[in-house]
Design a protein around this ligand. Structure first.
Ligand SMILES: *[C@@H]1O[C@H](CO)[C@@H](O)[C@H](O)[C@H]1NC(C)=O
Ligand SMILES: *[C@@H]1O[C@H](CO)[C@@H](O)[C@H](O)[C@H]1NC(C)=O
Ligand SMILES: *[C@@H]1O[C@H](CO)[C@@H](O)[C@H](O)[C@H]1NC(C)=O
Length: 138
């Protein structure tokens, strides 16, 4: 988790809006392989939200939802293997969900979203997803 803390520190140096943003940590959310999982990002003032997964030693941007000037939403997938992930909700309300279909063990990790709130970078509380109880936390 050391790398992860470092990344968040970096984000927070850039401007951490939510004092409660500390992602460390609620109890993991235990799911079983094959379950569908929906996580919700709540960053009310952001017009652009990116979902990240911090998995086995690697930070992966998953997708970015953006609201254009004309009020439309665009979604960019950053991960090559995005066939099982999708997004729902609405950037305008700040509630953007991440849906993972039929989770696999490799999907375990810390999920969090980040956005721009009034020009600063903001992050939400992360959600630690544990698949089949395989995650070991020290
Ligand atoms: C997961 O979602 C897919 C597509 O909506 C559905 O076909 C499938 O039955 C769901 N699986 C579970 C375990 O709910
Ligand atoms: C989103 O966050 C705001 C401010 O923290 C809170 O008032 C609101 O209830 C949250 N909404 C949801 C759906 O969690
Ligand atoms: C994408 O999926 C393939 C096949 O499951 C796997 O070999 C590859 O490592 C995955 N790539 C990433 C970035 O997860």
């Amino acid at each position: 988790m050391a790398g992860f803390i470092w990344i968040l520190t970096l984000l927070c140096v850039a401007g951490c809006h939510q004092a409660s943003a500390s992602p460390v940590l609620r109890s993991p959310w235990m799911v079983q392989v094959g379950q569908n999982v929906t996580l919700t990002c709540n960053l009310t003032s952001s017009r652009e939200i990116t979902w990240y997964l911090f998995g086995s030693d690697q930070l992966l941007p998953l997708l970015t939802v953006q609201q254009t000037k004309f009020g439309q939403e665009t979604v960019n997938f950053h991960s090559a293997n995005s066939s099982r992930i999708s997004t729902g909700g609405n950037v305008e309300t700040g509630l953007v969900s991440l849906e993972i279909l039929e989770v696999e063990e490799k999907d375990a990790g810390l999920y969090f979203c980040s956005g721009r709130c009034g020009g600063d970078v903001c992050v939400n509380r992360g959600t630690l997803l544990d698949v089949n109880g395989k995650m070991v936390i020290h």
